[in-house]
Design a protein around this ligand. Structure first.
Ligand code: SAM
Length: 272
């Protein structure tokens, strides 16, 4: 089941039919879903379901399903189960042989991806990154080799810090920040990770909800020797920091890896 991500008009006719016909609508916040139901004149009863009340509510829902009732699951926004409640319910239903019918509709991750201008043939949805820098960088390191675009949800408050960690760990890949998709202040800002990180560090946290998309690892066939040679040349005129930034960008290598090589090279140079 799917609900709009921001604009109440982004709901499918099939979803409205199913919401009308269901015995019960399972939602995150009944007050949020009520707005949608009121707008479309749907009188079906709704109950609240989330990760906290799941142990209490789930057995009753399973009983209703086992008695042949038809339950519709919705999120406050977008598609249930995608960084939203619903997995345990669907898992329990499938384990008991109860049919589950998806009702495709709005989803922020896919909307952000298709508007990004980045490759869509292969992508990995990584959800929210950990809030603390150490864990976030460790997670990004795990994701670095995935041969496709990376799609993240992020809070506005952490946007600049996450973009900065992304350019450090993933290198200066092309990326996009989609904000408030389908809403009044919708915008998509595209640019390199270094540009986006600097942009949001300067302008501060934007308002609203955000999807970050990062392009696949840059396909550069330069060898380590090529990187060393370019670094040596750059170090003639630049600081270690600037040389590492420039070469990581040019060669699509993670900035912290190039920085470590640059430090080594500059020490060798100093002791020669
Ligand atoms: N299940 C939802 C879906 O399918 O889109 C996502 C729910 S998740 C709790 C919420 C996160 O999705 C937000 O923190 C934000 O990162 C992203 N998001 C949701 N709506 C958005 C929108 N209209 N524009 C940009 N990002 C959005």
């Amino acid at each position: 089941m799917a609900t709009p991500i921001g604009n109440l008009r982004d709901i499918t006719l099939r979803a409205l039919d199913i919401l009308s016909a269901a015995n019960l609508i399972i939602c995150e916040d009944t007050r949020v879903t009520r707005k949608l139901l009121t707008r479309y004149g749907i009188a079906t009863r709704s109950i609240s379901y989330n990760d906290h009340n799941a142990p209490k509510v789930l057995p009753g829902l399973m009983e209703r399903l086992n008695h042949g009732e038809s339950l519709a699951l919705v999120s406050d926004a977008g598609t249930p189960l995608i960084s939203d409640p619903g997995f345990k319910l669907v898992e329990a239903a499938t384990q008991q042989g109860i049919p589950v019918f998806p009702v495709p509709g709005a989803n922020a991750a896919l909307a952000g991806l298709v508007a990004s201008g980045l490759p869509t043939d292969s992508f990995f949805f990584a959800g929210f990154l950990p809030p603390k820098q150490g864990a976030r960088r460790a997670r990004l390191t795990e994701l670095a080799e995935i041969p496709g675009s990376l799609v993240f949800y992020e809070s506005a408050n952490r946007l600049a810090a996450s973009l900065d960690d992304m350019q450090t760990v993933l290198g200066d890949r092309p990326a996009s920040v989609a904000r408030e998709i389908t809403k009044l202040h919708e915008e998509v800002i595209r640019g390199s990770l270094v540009y986006l990180a600097e942009n949001y560090a300067q302008q501060g946290a934007p308002r609203g909800e955000i999807v970050i998309v990062v392009g696949p690892p840059l396909q550069r066939d330069a060898s380590d020797e090529d990187v060393h040679a370019a670094l040596l040349e750059a170090l003639q005129t630049m600081s270690v920091r600037d040389a590492a930034a420039s070469i990581s960008r040019d060669f699509g290598r993670a900035r912290r890896d190039v920085y470590a090589i640059a430090i080594g090279l500059s020490r060798k140079d100093a002791s020669a």
